[in-house]
Design a protein around this ligand. Sequence first.
Ligand code: PGA
Length: 243
Amino acid sequence: MRVIQVKNYDEMSLKAAHIIRAQVELKPDCVLGFATGSTPLGTYANLVKWCKEDGLDFSQVKSVNLDEYKGLPKDHDQSYAYFMDKNLFSQINIDKANTYLPDGMCVDGDAECKRYDELIKSLGGADLQLLGIGNNGHIGFNEPADCFQNGTYCVELTESTIEANSRLFEKKEDVPRFAFSMGSGTIMSAKRVLLIANGKAKAEAIKGLMAGPITPGCPASILQMHPDCTVIVDDEAMSLVTG
Ligand code: PGA
């Protein structure tokens, strides 16, 4: 695991965006794995800027997203499809037909998980998977559990995640209780992984990721086994590792 410690959110966002930019320039038809949440917003803003101003070209890029809330339609302003469209896809020259997320409205959950796994496989997997990390150590919506999940599955969100995400909804009761998520196995099958984290609230999770045992109790800890994982983390998020 390669750890890049930075001072703050902006530095983290810039470094992460440079890595994604290099991936796109080296392999213009690459498959990028995207994440949602507050953490990647600055990274996406840099990519948008470079696409508009420097001609960074996403026209051949394909993308897969980590997860989607179950029960939210694509046009719901808290769905991850909506988030991606607003913060990235509508602002860069990616072909939207080549951007994929689980379908939160699919009635047959098992069929949707199977479809999404087959789709990712048919694309050859992600060349680079971007990840945030939850306060509880989740990656995607792989919540702390008794065992690691392999492929895409329907997950019941923990109280801690519902609490953390309720800031984006009118009231806590509006946060969906279930989501579709790539499993840890799918995330691990990405050729490269790039995890970004900032702020004190992430310090415990970062400690688990870097210094704890590999356990589904801290889902991100599985990344210790990934052969090409870069973590960009700011001083605050790193504070429990560096003392
Ligand atoms: P955040 O979420 O970027 O909004 O902190 C990260 C995550 O839950 O994976």
